[in-house]
Every structure is written in C-alpha cells, then in structure tokens.
Design a protein around this ligand. Sequence first.
Ligand code: ZEM
Length: 294
Amino acid sequence: KDIGVSENKVPDKPKVIDYQKIYNQIADILEDNDYDDGSYGPILVRLAWHASGTYDKNTNTGGSDGSTMRFSPESDHGANAGLKTARDKLEVIKLANPGITYADLWSLGGVTAIQEMGGPIIPWIPGRKDAEDGSKCTVDGLLPDASKTSNHLREIFGRMGFNDREIVALAGAHALGRCHPDRSGYSGPWTTSPTLFTNDFYIELLKKKWQEKKWKGPKQYVDKETGELMMLPSDLALIQDKKLKPYVEEYAKDEELFFKDFSAAFHKLQELGLTRTGEETVYRFKRTSDEEVK
Ligand code: ZEM
C-alpha cells in the first residue's frame, strides 16, 4: 500500500469501480423480444454457473476465477455450447467498463439476471482475475450430465463442495430458460414463466405427470397434460432419490425458504476457487425495480 505517499505521486491509482452502476447497465440489456422468451437473463445465469461449476475442491482448480471459458478448448466443451451468446452479450458492458474483469463481469451478470427476474438478493464480492491465455482451461466433463441421475449429481456437486440440500436448491434455477436442440440437444422450457425466478420448477416436478418424450433426440420427459413443459433425466432424479425428494417438497411449499437457500448456494458457487481474506466488501445490489420513483 502507498500509505503516506501523496496521491499525485501514485501512478495508475486504481479507480474505484461502481458495481451497482454496472449491475444497472446489465439489467438494461436483459430484455429483447427477438431472443428466446424475451430475455437474456437465463443464459447469463447459465454462463455464471458454468464458469464456476468446474471447481474441484481436491485440487483447488477450476471455479469462477480466470474466465478461462474465453479460450479453446473450454469454450468448445459440449456443456458450454451456446454460451458464446452470453459472453458476446456482456461484451458491450466490458467495453463501457474496461476496469471490470471478465470473470467478475460473468459472475455479476448471473447475479444481476437472477435479481432482475424476481429472484433473491445474492451477496456478491468482486476480485476475480482473468487468465492470460488458455493454459489454465479446465478439462472437459466437470459439469453435470443431464442424462444421469442422483449418484452422478452427488459426485459432481460433491466435488465442488455441495451437499444434497444445496444440489436441490441450485437445481431450482431450472425455473428459468429452456433447452435448445442446437445447444444441448434437449428441447423446451421447465416452467410456464421461464423469465421469472420462482419455485415453479419444484412445483411442476411434483405436480405434473412426466412421461418419456417420443422423439429421435436424447431421452427426456414431457408433461402428459400439455406436452409443453420438460424435465431432464437429471431433474427427475431429484424426486426419484429418497434423500433428495424431501428438499424438493420443502421448496415447492415454501418459496421464501427456497430463495434463502438458493441465494446462499449461488453465492457459494460464485466464490469457488477464490482466496478471500474476509475483509472484502460484500455487495448487495438494489434491483432496478426497487429504485423506481413511486
Ligand atoms: Zn442447467 N441446464 N443444469 N443449471 N441451466 C440447461 C439450461 C439451464 C443441467 C443441464 O444439463 C442443463 C444447473 C444445473 C444443471 C441453467 C442453470 C443451472 C440445459 C439446456 C441443460 C441440458 C441448455 C440448452 O440447451 O441451452 C444439469 C444436468 C444440471 C445438474 C443439476 C444449475 C446449478 C444452474 C444455476 C444455478 C439455466 C438458467 C438454464 C437455461 C439456459 C437458457 O439458455 O435458457
């Protein structure tokens, strides 16, 4: 620290970044009636998740530091198909705010999207750095495989340091967005309000009758009643597993509890792989709707 040195002698004094301003700028570019269900929110959440979900607690590798998904081969991993759309979308924000790292921007993008779509406040801490090149890219296969069930989920999320309850809480993000045949091969949304953050994923999972979709694509489920909603094999696993199902039932009944647990789990996800002192400023951003003049 340059304590005692007069300010004008300190070269390149880092500017304080106004993260709420960047939050507001991201909030401003989410809606677009020509894209999917009218919002880039869901895909920004997926970008933040895939940038962090590579963490391995045994080797302390992967995680939200580094933004290594900018580089091949990580950008080409099957699980990341389609996420270029999200990275490109955030590029205008990066250009307007060159001081923020890509790694922080992607993470903040996920937090902003969740809050703006009506989800809980997610405490957020900056400080992620960008890797210089692709040498720190993670290996393929670290993210969960939708064709698999609860043992696989425990293995993958356990490697990141998450327990059963946190697995079920995080999976509630599937209230948002949809599957795209040209990205994952799967098709359709999980809920009837894919741009709103709700506990509807759990409600639909328990309430609807799910049957295997008859098609040439990968094995997935559709709801018997309307045929318009979908579940992945890994989603149905949450009610097929006796230890996971009670959490699905709790979250279906109690949205407030889901919001609280999701916020904590998503914050933890965004912190994976980072070294913190405990002295960092923890930001709690205001939703743009909270700021509207009454
Ligand atoms: Zn997802 N996810 N995910 N997920 N996900 C998809 C889409 C979205 C799994 C998975 O294979 C898939 C979490 C957990 C798990 C989101 C957030 C989070 C898609 C469809 C697949 C196949 C991709 C496509 O075709 O565009 C599996 C197996 C998971 C294990 C439990 C967690 C945790 C998430 C965040 C906390 C979101 C928001 C989407 C919707 C993306 C979009 O573009 O609409």
